[in-house]
Design a protein around this ligand. Structure first.
Ligand code: NAD
Ligand code: FMN
Ligand code: SF4
Length: 449
């Protein structure tokens, strides 16, 4: 059994509401933290080893300690609830079922960072969740956890919920900030990082929903205890949203010592692959991380057991490894076509590119068109090399990592499944018959040659 720090109370009746949350130990972490100074809180978070759960895994305490504190300038905390990475739905679960856990984490974090106005920026498609959050905020306010002079500390804090309008790029922190300021969500060049110059040019910390929720157990059990859970630099617990060809899709809390094999096959988690099918591949960290073929999923290239944590999932670099990313775990069985799957992702990234950088704006469209041709049995063998060349020219040459996110899945698919790309070229008729479903893609006809 895995340790549960975030979802331990998820099944308690009425836990979405203040009464049940408080009766079950809720807001005790705020009481504890408010006896400390903001600097002590930051130190406690550093001790916990918590890494950002939005995908990049940057150490949270370190980021907080980078927050600039110029005299007379407000500081902001922004909760990134944009969660648009295909395969990722863990933040939705937290906000929908445990809203007070997030609010409690936000209050402690706002106090530590000196943010009197804290924002939750939530993806537009989560249309029913802002009401849940606003209700929880109102309850917290009525019970004295928000508003003026919280717990007599002299600290004032309000939390506002801002709805996004459905753009994936607005999850990138600087695009999010632009959008929050009322502008088009175009990413800014970093540095300066938001911790120096963020919302309305003020120092700003942007953290993921799960990161901020994890602040609560850190103060309930203490940073050192939190750091003892897990292994190496993968401390604490991690939420994984599992989907695809598995028997039990859902959101699971793991301590990061379990093996990938256990996660896929044990009944406590994914429960194996339906209909006795074989596992073909898996994207372990959301659509933007490299796909891993079955032979590299359970064992690293060195033959070691692959574990569900930051270090182990990335072991081998991009040649034979992948990334923990946002924790969106997508499983593909033997019936899935890798070329079609890669095309689906390419369409997504092309659609979501903000268009500021040529390699991303043009490259994602090229990749999509070449992949259409390959998948539809109209490609040439040289198209596979062309595809490789395009992705290589995108990676590292753009303002934000959306370009990399579009390039990496294509690179990994070619690297591990080149034979499948070649099959489409060498079997054009079969490829076309198999793909009658492409008619569903509204943009398919315009790109076929
Ligand atoms: N959760 C989702 O839905 C989703 C969607 C798409 C992508 N992602 C993830 O986003 C990740 C990329 O995010 P990113 O571009 O923000 O990564 P990044 O490495 O640039 O930054 C990560 C965090 O650390 C901070 N940071 C890094 N260096 C810093 C410094 N020197 N000083 C102060 N702060 C610093 C950044 O401000 C940011 O908050 C990818 O790994 C991907 O997994 C997540
Ligand atoms: C294209 C793109 C989309 C992103 N979308 C999200 C998102 O939806 N949610 C999120 O928390 N981080 C997202 N990120 C990462 C954020 O920029 C940032 O790293 C994160 O919010 C920091 O929080 P953390 O340190 O708690 O992980 C995205 C990054 C990129 C490049
Ligand atoms: S990489 Fe793509 S999404 Fe990011 S700024 Fe450039 S064009 Fe926009």
């Amino acid at each position: 059994m895995s340790t549960k720090l975030l979802l331990d109370k998820a099944n308690i009746e009425g836990i979405r509401f203040y009464k049940a949350y408080r009766e079950n130990g809720g807001y005790a972490a705020v009481e504890k933290a408010f006896k400390m100074t903001p600097t002590e809180i930051v130190e406690e978070v550093k001790k916990s080893g918590l890494r950002g759960r939005g995908g990049a895994g940057f150490p949270t305490g370190m980021k907080w300690s980078f927050l600039a504190k110029p005299e007379g300038v407000p500081r902001y905390l922004v909760c990134n609830a944009d969660e648009s990475e295909p395969g990722t739905f863990k933040d939705r679960y937290l906000m929908e079922f445990l809203p007070h856990l997030l609010i409690e984490g936000l209050i402690i974090s706002s106090f530590a960072l000196g943010s009197n106005r804290t924002y939750i920026y939530i993806r537009g498609e989560y249309a029913w969740i802002p009401d849940i959050l606003e209700h929880a905020i109102e309850e917290a306010k009525q019970n004295g956890w928000l508003g003026k002079n919280i717990l007599g500390t002299g600290f004032d804090c309000e939390i506002y919920v801002q709805r996004g309008a459905g753009a994936y790029i607005c999850g990138e922190e600087t695009a999010l900030i632009e959008s929050l300021e009322g502008k088009r969500g175009n990413p800014r060049i970093k540095p300066p990082f938001p911790a120096i110059k963020g919302l309305w040019e003020s120092p700003t910390v942007v953290n993921n929903v799960e990161t901020l929720a994890a602040i609560v157990p850190i103060f309930n059990i203490g940073g050192e205890e939190y750091a003892k859970i897990g292994v190496g630099k993968s401390t604490g617990t991690k939420l994984i949203s599992a989907c695809g060809n598995i028997n039990k899709p859902g959101v699971y809390e793991i301590d990061m010592t379990i093996s990938v094999e256990e996660f896929v096959y044990s009944d406590e988690y994914c429960g194996g692959i339906p209909n006795g099918k074989r596992l073909k591949a898996c994207i372990p960290g959301g659509s933007s991380v490299p796909i891993l073929p079955a032979n590299l999923l359970f064992k690293t290239a060195k033959g070691e057991t692959r574990l569900m944590n930051y270090e182990s999932l990335s072991d081998g670099g991009f040649a034979t490894g992948s990334m923990m990313g946002s924790g969106g775990f997508i499983v593909l069985d033997e019936d899935q076509c890798i070329v079609r799957h890669t095309l689906t992702l390419a369409r997504f990234y092309h659609h979501e590119s903000c268009g500021q950088c040529s390699p991303c704006r043009e490259g994602t469209g090229w990749m999509k068109r070449v992949l259409y041709n390959l998948e539809y049995g109209k490609g040439k063998l040289s198209d596979i090399d062309l595809l490789w060349d395009i992705q290589r020219r995108i990676e590292g040459n753009t303002i934000c990592p959306l370009g990399d996110a579009a390039a990496w899945p294509v690179a990994a698919a070619i690297r591990h499944f080149r034979d499948e790309f070649e099959w489409h070229v060498l079997n054009p008729e079969e490829s076309q018959v198999r793909n009658f479903g492409l008619a569903h893609y509204a943009d398919a006809r315009e790109v076929m040659v």
